[in-house]
Write a protein that binds this ligand. Structure first.
Ligand code: PLP
Length: 400
């Protein structure tokens, strides 16, 4: 009998972390590798936010905090929801967490009974299914196909709902596809959800601030106020404020759910880092103009990458509305042979050969539940992106 719990055999390590690790290893061995696997902004945390943390340390804000976070932070989060999403929440309806990841984990730990189903559009962020499985639930996938711009329809959602459905997990803009739902597209889904009062909505709005052109970001409880009482709206500072390492996410929802999630958090991590919480207040209440400047930079990179990838033989790269990912298809290249004689049968073969032959690290689509595709994170310099896309073009042209 081993030490490891049986249930853990259902869970796999994160594929995106594995790709970053492999790229680092190759670099360490002296190879020239361009890593496009990581899902974090290459920008630094703004100085005013760092300064708020330094001041918090100097003031001695170094003790345990309330489990859901200090009151001024929860007030700043309420103000953010009101200002940016038109949603009214009291501080008692808000929890600050150790990264956005912990919102999802706590929500599932607090609500899933064995066999409960969670509907997840695919492609999905790698951690969703595994977090559901870790908490005894069953992920149910709905395909958001490339033909439908990586979005699901109301009809598809309705077909996936069963008496066991507990949550619909929604993520727009999406990691990994970058797809974002317009108000009308989201309304089609919320109209379906209104017919099923036992289904709750968990909306992961982490990429809210990364929408391009004149695209307007919307979130479910805003589009359909009738869902407010069964929606958990989550967000965080990791992507918009370039604060991935600080570990601060947050959520707001109905009191019964928030109370249960606080119970989980109180018996696991307690409140997130006190210093981070003060930095979070400055992030949410301080100047926001740098977000727009960075958004422009990301948009230019998206346009560059989409254009260069569509010039690569056999690659079809739709132009997504948001986030910092593109999710091109490599379907037309399957069955072809690499210079070293390897036949590409899957998207994983494609990304492995690309890394070995040209030193470009991307993540295979099958890790996100929809392929044959691959994910490129364009949260890196224009020079690195240009060089990487040239190498991808060269790789694709070399296939026979
Ligand atoms: N949700 C999505 C869609 C993400 O892409 C990520 C990070 O990659 C997270 C949540 C988690 O964010 P955090 O780093 O704040 O835990």
């Amino acid at each position: 009998m081993g030490i490891v719990a049986k249930g853990l055999s259902r869970v796999k390590p994160s594929a995106t972390i594995a790709v970053s690790q492999k790229a680092r290893e190759l670099k360490g061995a002296g190879r020239d590798v361009i890593g496009l696997g990581a899902g974090e902004p290459d920008f630094d945390t703004p100085d005013n936010i760092k300064q708020a943390a330094v001041e918090a340390i100097n003031r001695g804000e170094t003790k345990y905090t309330d489990v859901p976070g200090i009151l001024p932070l929860r007030e700043a989060i309420c103000a953010k929801f009101k200002r940016e999403n038109g949603l009214d929440y009291e501080p008692s309806q808000v929890i600050a967490t150790t990264g956005g990841k912990q919102v999802l984990y706590n929500a599932f730990a607090a609500t899933l009974d064995p066999g409960d189903e969670v509907i997840i559009p695919a492609p999905y962020w790698v951690s969703y299914p595994d977090m559901v499985l870790l908490n005894g639930g069953e992920p149910v996938f709905v395909e958001a196909t490339i033909e439908n711009n990586f979005k699901i329809t109301g009809e598809q959602l309705e077909a996936a709902i069963t008496p066991k459905t507990k949550w619909f997990l929604f993520n727009s803009p999406s990691n990994p596809s970058g797809a974002a739902y317009s108000r009308d597209e989201l309304k089609e889904l919320t109209d379906v959800l209104m017919k099923y009062p036992d289904v709750w909505v968990l909306t992961d709005d982490m990429y809210e601030h990364l929408c391009y052109g004149d695209f307007e970001f919307v979130t479910p409880a805003q589009v359909e106020p009738g869902l407010y009482d069964r929606t958990l709206t989550m967000n965080g500072v990791s992507k918009a404020y370039a604060m991935t390492g600080w570990r601060l996410g947050y959520c707001a929802g109905p009191p019964e759910l928030i109370k249960a999630m606080n119970l989980v958090q109180g018996q696991s991590t307690s409140g997130t880092c006190s210093i981070t919480q003060w930095a979070g207040i400055e992030a949410l209440n301080g100047p926001q103009d740098f977000i727009g400047e960075r958004r422009k930079e990301f948009e230019a990179r998206r346009d560059l990458v989409v254009s260069m990838l569509n010039q690569a033989t056999g690659i079809d790269c739709p132009k997504p509305e948001g986030a910092f990912y593109v999710y091109p298809s490599c379907k037309d290249l399957l069955g072809k042979t690499t210079e070293s004689g390897k036949v590409l049968e899957t998207d994983e073969d494609f990304v492995t050969a690309l890394l070995e032959q040209e030193g470009v690290a991307v993540v295979h689509g099958s890790a996100f539940g929809l392929g044959p595709n691959f994910r490129i994170s364009y949260a890196t310099s224009t020079e690195a992106l240009t060089a990487a896309c040239e190498r991808i073009q060269k790789f694709c042209a070399s296939l026979k």
